[in-house]
Ligand binder design. Structure first.
Ligand code: COA
Length: 380
């Protein structure tokens, strides 16, 4: 039926989907496990510490985590091994090539929900973009595995722009619709960030959580009555080493590099905070101006969920006043930082109460540096 419709070339968000892992880790549980590790480490290295050859590790604290980040808990795919002071990493049985990969599995769950909410038959979807900060393997693409599992006839590929992957994916999907290269595109963001987090690093062990989101971007002509017009999108990247992960396939060639902490997520959190806030606020205000929108009139900001303080500052610069939770909702307290999925979770959970004609902004930012803004208007 949709094959016969007259396409408009106007991209909209038809629906979103969310998969949330059942298991959660509270700050209390996390800090208890981290501090048990610290105690063991210091006891094992007591001689070197006493001789002044080694610094003792410092304990973590629940109060610090909540105050510095706004995070209270996170969902994870494998709680027990993460909390085991001997392991402190997610673990699950390796899957054979015939089984669905774990990243594809959670991506498919979010995608199915998005399809269902739009009343969309998978046969009418033309493309799948798997947009996330960590892929399970280099190839075959996760997107193609998700495509096969959903029964989509078309094409798929993976894209990685760290925390901005989902918004970069939305613009890419919107461009396919604008050009007529696709009518319906699924942007899937499975984020098992517990795999790239160094759970032994006091500065960042509390930051991340696992989740998967999906966004269905379509030509307005085939969208359900209730959808979100995409008014405009803007992407920006500026190189920085302040958030970095050196894990990669070339590391195999240097065994001395194996096991080093730089093969996991590392950051200069303070610098990130200071440099990214002005960059993102300026991008939003400039782009709103280009679109003829008054940023102070944005009804809701669905911001990247990395740090409550960063969001407070960005929202203030954009709206011109301290944002209420209604204007800038957070999911950071229960989900932590879920990389590219964060702003999509916020949008997914906090959009139904808006009225027809309300304009809002989905915005992500992170490693690269990278930032993506998607301005949307609710259509009933
Ligand atoms: N428990 C207790 N104290 C801790 C701690 C922990 N887990 N981790 C660090 N501290 C201490 C530090 O040792 C430091 O002590 P000092 O002042 O005596 O030197 C103090 O707390 C401040 O540490 P700092 O790392 O400067 O904290 P912060 O206020 O910058 O908060 C972040 C840390 C990571 C929460 C914050 O910088 C942040 O979120 N930045 C943005 C990060 C971001 O968005 N990244 C994108 C990722 S995709």
């Amino acid at each position: 039926m949709t094959k016969k419709i007259e396409l408009t070339g106007r991209p909209v968000i038809s629906s979103t989907g969310l998969f949330t892992p059942e298991e959660t880790i509270t700050n209390e549980e996390l800090v208890e496990s981290f501090n048990a590790y610290v105690e063991r480490f210091n006891a094992q290295n007591a001689q070197a510490i006493d001789a002044g050859e080694m610094e003792p590790l410092q304990p973590s604290s629940v109060e610090f985590i909540e105050k510095a980040s706004g995070i209270r808990a996170r969902h994870v795919m494998a709680k027990d091994p993460i909390l085991d002071p001997e392991v402190m990493a997610p673990r699950w049985p390796e899957r054979s090539n015939e089984e669905l990969s774990i990243l594809a599995e959670i991506g498919v769950k979010a995608a199915r929900q998005a399809l269902e909410r739009a009343g969309r038959d998978a046969a009418d979807v033309d493309a799948v973009l798997c947009a996330a900060s960590n892929m399970e393997r280099p190839y075959p693409a996760m997107a193609i595995e998700i495509q096969r599992e959903l029964g989509i006839d078309g094409f798929g590929f993976d894209m990685n722009v760290a925390c901005s992957s989902a918004t970069f994916g939305i613009q890419t999907a919107a461009d396919y619709v604008r050009s007529g290269n696709a009518r319906s595109v699924l942007v899937v963001s499975p984020e098992i960030t517990s795999g790239h987090l160094n759970w032994r690093d006091r500065d960042s062990h509390f930051i991340f959580g696992d989740v998967a989101t999906a966004v269905l971007v379509e030509d307005a002509a085939m969208a359900p009555d209730e959808h979100w017009d995409i008014l405009g999108t803007r992407l920006k990247t500026v190189f920085s080493n302040n958030i970095r992960n050196n894990f990669g396939f070339l590391n195999r060639a240097s065994p001395e590099g194996q096991g080093k902490a730089d093969k996991l997520f590392v950051q200069e959190g303070r610098k990130v905070f200071k440099e990214v806030v002005p960059m993102v606020a300026e991008m939003i205000v400039t782009e709103a101006d280009k679109l003829g929108l008054d940023p102070r009139g944005l009804r809701r900001l669905w911001l990247h969920q990395a740090n409550a303080g960063m969001n407070r500052l960005i929202a203030q610069r954009v709206l011109g006043h301290e944002a209420s939770p209604d204007e800038s909702p957070t999911v950071l307290d229960t989900y932590a930082n879920t990389s590219s999925a964060g702003s999509i979770i916020a949008f997914h959970k906090h959009n139904e109460d808006l009225a027809e004609g309300d304009v809002g902004l989905i915005c992500s930012f992170g490693a690269g540096y990278s930032a993506g803004a998607v301005f949307v208007r609710k259509m009933a």
